[in-house]
Design a protein around this ligand. Structure first.
Ligand code: PNS
Length: 162
């Protein structure tokens, strides 16, 4: 496989995302992390903040690039001549939504294939939403996100409470 895309809203990137990125990057020559708009979610972090946190979290991987795309994921894939989408699966509860998204993307472009990587057990309970909720109530998120992201989330929560 020459290239793949790892799409998401990354609000913020977690250790679970980083694990999938590290494993995905080993499977391809080039992995594009693409920050997209999820119309069902209202982000806590701006696009620039999310991309900055991703850059800091994946800078040790030399075949990984970080991009933003406003629009359909399949348009990004077509524009960049990429066939493969990598997504992480944490639990059965992810499946329905992921299944629908994979079929929708396939319907838009038949050449597209979605590859699911099963998350490590230790990350199966981890989500960006849980990280934000914990941080909002002053819980400890140190083991859940990269160190730089921890700093940024704590800063954001403190800023919001001033
Ligand atoms: O990290 P998320 O929020 O689960 O990622 C979902 C995301 C951003 C990959 C998805 O909402 C998406 O692909 N958005 C772009 C619009 C699109 O192509 N939608 C078609 C899928 S139904």
């Amino acid at each position: 496989m020459d290239a793949a895309v790892y799409p998401g809203s990354f609000d913020p990137i977690t250790n679970g995302h980083v694990d999938i990125i590290e494993r995905g990057a080993q499977m391809v020559d080039k992995l594009d992390i693409v920050v997209l708009v999820n119309q069902n979610k209202k982000p806590m972090f701006s696009l620039e903040e999310r991309m900055d946190m991703i850059y800091h979290s994946v800078k040790h991987l030399d075949n990984v690039e970080v991009h933003f795309f406003e629009g359909l994921l399949v348009k990004y894939l077509k524009k960049n001549n990429i066939k493969y989408i990598i997504r992480g699966l944490r639990a059965m509860s992810d499946f329905e939504n992921e299944f629908q998204m994979a079929l929708m993307n396939k319907k838009q472009c038949d050449l597209v294939e979605t590859i699911f990587l099963v998350s490590k057990v230790e990350y199966s309970y981890l989500s960006s939403s849980a990280v934000k909720e914990l941080a909002n109530f002053e819980g400890n998120i140190e083991d859940l996100v990269p160190e730089y992201v921890n700093e940024k989330v704590v800063e954001k929560v403190k800023g919001g409470k001033k």
